[in-house]
Design a protein around this ligand. Structure first.
Ligand code: PBG
Length: 334
């Protein structure tokens, strides 16, 4: 009787490379970037070592180095001045707003780079929610109207892909309709299809200097009761079947790319999406995942480079075609 020896395929590095099933490359990665007023600014974000709030000039240098590493797509997140945050988030669809100016500046210098812009109201609301609030509730349809306007304004500025991260019902269809009406048939929609109400967004809200959801202590005065969390629109981390419902709706509403967020604690959802959809699946390794890996590495508990590689490889192995990650440059430099 011969012995079965799976270890034969692990005998040396050459063999291991030869039979490796998953390899993350620059083509898989989307690099999220924070932008802020002030041409020359480069502000560190305490909970996210190596990540900065960039000014509209300094960001060009950062993008240059990213493209030299082979990165083909960036996702922009604006840090909005508190004086511009309002209950009705009017700044969100200002054609001269920070996001729109950033898109124009970046596309002028890097015409081939894919620029993905975020659609949600949280950077613009004085209360920090992703939608408008009425009678203490985040209201859906009125919010969707603004999101559709935002998409058109971003497309006009030159965004290649718009990415609704708000989790309102029906927004993908409304955005598609508005884009088509305005002549932007070729602007893609990457939908945050299954976005969970996760503790892992903590450092991101820090980065955005988002209004605390309990609000009253910050920025503009708020005239009404504000929900203390995002659980009436973002999904319950305990649910998986419900993600399939969101997936079906987004596909019917013609999302071009569907996303799962966060990534690492939700790899089962990534796998379900890959098996059940015929469009590319993206996964977002979010700020908290980034911060946890950095914190453990800084404490000497894990090796940073290996953790970066292993986490991204696992997300791709689970079925992600695209990965949004703050480690995009780091991974390509390892
Ligand atoms: C909000 C938004 C969030 C993130 C992307 N868009 C946070 C939230 O929903 O509160 C999180 C990204 C990250 O944590 O890296 N529209």
């Amino acid at each position: 009787m011969h012995k079965i020896r799976p270890r034969r395929l692990r005998l040396n590095a050459m063999l291991r490379d030869l039979v490796q099933e998953t390899k993350v490359t620059a083509n898989d990665l989307i690099y999220p970037l924070f932008i802020k007023e002030g041409e020359d600014s480069k502000e560190a974000i305490k909970s996210m070592p190596g990540i900065y709030r960039w000014g509209l000039k300094t960001i060009l240098t950062e993008i240059q180095s990213a493209t030299e590493l082979g990165i083909k797509a960036i996702a922009l997140f604006p840090v909005i001045d508190p004086s511009l945050k309002t209950e009705l988030a009017e700044e969100a669809s200002n054609p001269e707003g920070l996001t729109q100016r950033a898109i124009k500046t970046i596309k002028a210098k890097f015409p081939e780079l894919l620029v993905i812009s975020d659609i949600a109201l949280d950077p613009y609301t004085s209360h920090g929610h992703d939608g408008l609030i009425q009678n203490g509730k985040v209201i859906n349809d009125e919010t969707v109207e603004i999101l559709a306007q935002m998409a058109v304004v971003q497309a006009q500025a030159g965004a290649d892909i718009v990415a609704p991260s708000d989790m309102m019902d029906g927004r993908v269809g409304a955005i598609r309709h508005a884009l088509d009406e305005a002549g932007f048939q070729d602007t893609l929609i990457m939908s945050y299809t299954a976005k969970y109400a996760s503790c892992l967004y903590g450092p991101f809200r820090d980065a955005l200097e988002a209004a605390s959801l309990r609000a009253t202590e910050s920025g503009a005065a708020i005239s009404q009761v504000v929900p203390a969390d995002k659980k009436t629109y973002q999904m319950n981390p305990a649910n998986s079947t419900e993600a399939n419902k969101e997936l079906n709706h987004d596909l019917l509403e013609s999302a071009d790319i569907v996303m799962v967020k966060p990534a690492s604690w939700y790899l089962d959802i990534v796998k379900n999406f890959k098996e059940q959809s015929h469009v590319p699946v993206a996964a977002y390794q979010v700020s908290g995942e980034y911060a946890m890996i950095h914190a453990a590495a800084a404490a000497g508990y894990i090796d940073l480079d290996q953790a970066i590689k292993e986490s991204l490889t696992s997300i791709k192995r689970a079925g992600a075609d695209l990965i949004l990650t703050y480690f995009a440059k780091n991974y390509l430099e390892i």
